[in-house]
Design a protein. Structure first.
Lengths: 251, 420
């Protein structure tokens, strides 16, 4: 199966010949080299690859954190490569939820306040913000930790707050960059299961080094040297039902 | 949680740093307040001087001094001098006087002064003693113009045998033919004046004078034109030198001008020098505030780059993020200002004297170096000072954080997160 030639209908993300080139002094670094990719509106996609392969660059471009040097990037019907900066800000606010490796919780705000932040930026009324943030934190099992500051929470709890925050504006796309990188394997597994649950109603893209966790995704996209890898990487440890649903992308 | 509230809460993230920064910013605020108090004290001193010492030039006919420029002598100012003087810029008032003398006993004499009833009663040669005060009867009024009425000093009244209870009915007759070694006898009939008031000036010679309306004087002495002395008041001591210069140009060789140069010199040398130095100190203090805020905000932005990136990733606008940092900068300045005010209220006075003595006095002309001892360098905190502090806070916060805010705006969310 080659996603580059799939029909557009029902796809949340469509990349056409997306390239990203960085200039570091005299050195030119090709982070993404003509990526063609389509991602459907629901499900969990794992972006796998070695360090420096371009997976984070791809995530940043899909999340409107960065612009492609060339090519087309369409997410939720919006051409990100042509949108002005103010529209990209609105796009990130309304369409994407980010989950970071280091959680990126604002340290002097409580868990509840951290989750309320994106809704504040979206102009949601204060009572509604509070109600929804409380609901989300309850859903991730932190109903008793609402007023705790990040430093008072464990790593797993912080990441769950971050996931609740990513869901605050009910975005169709969640982008998680190494969300288990700072967690032990048991907690990491729990976070993955949480993301997997979330992916039933929206698209979740997870960047990961951890192959066993990648195997939990509905689909694995391998990147090598800025290109989608032609090699299939079937998950040896995944169960059969998962294997049947899973597809791997060939560049 | 608005971005402004986030800015407010960010202030308290590190209490140690807050104390250090408040001290760093409070110091220039303290310096600003001290310099402002020095400038204010000098300004108040100058204002007092302006009120208590005269801004008045005295014009006499060229070459005439003492009492010779009086009626019976040709050395009086031409009548058109008055119009010329009134045409000079910054002349607030011009008051023409006519003078004569009348013998009393022995070699003594009394001064006879013709003056407009609305003008100042200056005591000849002793103006610094102040204006005469009426102790019986009344002063001259505009209604007395042309009437044969006068007020006299208490010593002259005693010599003439006039008592306070006689005022209003009492008269004094001037015999214009009587002479004296320095008095020109006039071939004019005696004149009887009704004495409507007795004044006291505080010293004997000042109390040996008689003031009558100028029009009456001209009629009594037969002087249709001319002015003995012309007092010219400038609108401020600051303009006194310019007025004097223009008067010399306007009147040419007709008049000698006696100028209270001490006041003008104080105004133009000490006051200006101190105020310039105080202003420089204020500017230096403001520059220090900007520098402190600049480095503090630069540090804060670098330290929180990942937070800025996170805010951007979550959809915060650049303006919102900038507002949170600007709020923090303004509050840092405000806390610094409060620290400065507290220091100022406790140690502002002594330090103002120290700053004046060590920092300003060396730049003043030698005769003014002891000026600090005479100035009321006490901490004053009024609405004007509050206004200066608010303005300084806003200026320092805006100017000091401008570069950092520019960095925030141009930072892409991805670059910010890479600082992680």
């Amino acid at each position: 199966m080659n996603d580059a030639h799939s029909p557009l209908r029902g796809r949340l993300i469509v990349l056409r010949e997306a390239r990203k080139i960085y200039q570091r002094g005299d050195q030119v670094v090709v982070a993404l080299d003509g990526i063609n990719l389509e991602v459907p509106e629901r499900g969990m996609v794992a972006l796998a690859g070695a360090s420096g392969s371009g997976k984070s660059s791809l995530l940043h471009i899909v999340g409107a954190m960065d612009r492609p040097t060339s090519g087309e990037v369409t997410v939720a019907g919006q051409r990100l490569d042509t949108l002005p900066e103010s529209a990209l800000t609105a796009f990130r606010r309304d369409t994407v939820g980010f989950v970071f490796q280091s959680f990126n919780l604002i340290p002097n705000l409580s868990a509840l306040e951290n989750v309320m932040l994106p809704m504040e930026f979206a102009g949601t009324a204060a009572p509604e913000r509070r109600r929804r943030a409380t609901d989300l934190l309850t859903q991730v099992g932190l109903a008793t930790r609402l007023t705790h500051r990040p430093r008072e929470l464990s790593g797993g709890e912080q990441q769950r707050v971050a996931i609740a925050r990513a869901l605050a504006n009910n975005p169709p796309l969640i982008l998680a960059d190494e969300p288990t990188g700072n967690l032990d394997s048991k907690t990491g597994q729990m976070i993955y299961e949480l993301l997997k649950e979330i992916a039933k109603e929206r698209t979740v893209i997870v960047v990961t080094h951890a192959e066993p966790l990648a195997q939990l995704a509905d689909r694995i996209v391998h990147i090598k040297d800025g290109r989608l890898s032609p090699e299939a990487q079937p998950g040896a440890s995944a169960d059969n039902s998962s294997k049947q649903q899973r597809s791997t992308t060939h560049g | 949680m608005s971005m402004v509230r986030i800015g407010v809460r960010n202030l308290w993230r590190s209490k140690l740093r807050l104390v250090l920064v408040a001290a760093l910013i409070g110091t220039p605020f303290f310096l600003l307040l001290v310099m402002e108090s020095i400038g204010d004290a000098v300004q108040r001193q100058t204002d007092v001087l302006k009120e208590s010492v005269n801004n008045t030039l005295q014009l006499r006919s060229r070459g005439s001094m003492g009492h010779v420029n009086m009626v019976g002598n040709e050395d009086i100012l031409p009548q058109d001098a008055l119009a010329k003087v009134k045409g000079v810029d910054h002349v607030a008032k011009a008051e023409p006087y006519l003078l004569a003398m009348t013998p009393t006993e022995g070699h003594n004499f009394a001064m006879v002064v013709g003056v407009d009833p609305d003008d100042t009663r200056r005591l000849e040669s002793h103006g610094e003693a102040g204006n005469p005060k009426i102790i019986a009867g009344r002063d001259l009024t505009a209604a007395d113009r042309g009437k044969r009425v006068a007020i006299i000093g208490q010593v002259l009244a005693r010599w003439a045998g006039l008592k306070p209870q006689d005022i209003g009915q009492a008269t004094l007759t001037l015999d214009l033919k009587r002479t004296h070694p320095v008095i020109f006898a006039l071939d004019r009939p005696p004149v009887t004046l009704t004495i409507v008031g007795i004044y006291a000036s505080g010293y004997v010679f000042g109390d040996m004078q008689l003031f009558m309306p100028l029009d009456t004087f001209r009629e009594v002495y037969g002087v249709r034109e001319g002015i003995s002395w012309l007092y010219v008041r400038a609108d401020s001591a600051e303009h006194l030198p310019a007025v004097e210069k223009e008067l010399r140009t306007a009147l040419g060789n007709v008049a000698d001008i006696i100028s209270p140069t001490t006041v003008a010199e104080f105004q133009t040398t000490a006051t200006r020098a101190v105020q310039h130095l105080a202003s420089s100190g204020i500017a230096l203090a403001a520059a220090l505030m900007v520098i402190v805020i600049f480095f503090v905000m630069l540090l804060v932005v670098r330290e929180r780059a990942w937070e800025i990136g996170t805010f951007k990733a979550l959809g915060a606008s650049d303006a919102g993020i900038a507002m949170s940092f600007l709020t923090e900068a303004i509050l840092l300045c405000a806390i610094g200002a409060m620290a400065g005010v507290v220091l100022f209220l406790f140690w502002g006075g002594p330090l103002a004297h120290l700053v004046f003595g060590l920092g300003i006095a060396p730049f003043l002309p030698a005769q003014y170096t002891t000026l600090a001892g005479t100035l009321a360098l006490t901490p004053r905190f009024g609405p004007a000072t509050l206004g200066i502090l608010v303005a300084a806070c806003l200026f320092a916060a805006l100017a000091g954080s401008a570069w950092s805010i520019w960095q925030i705006i141009r930072l892409s969310p991805m670059e910010a997160i890479r600082h992680e």
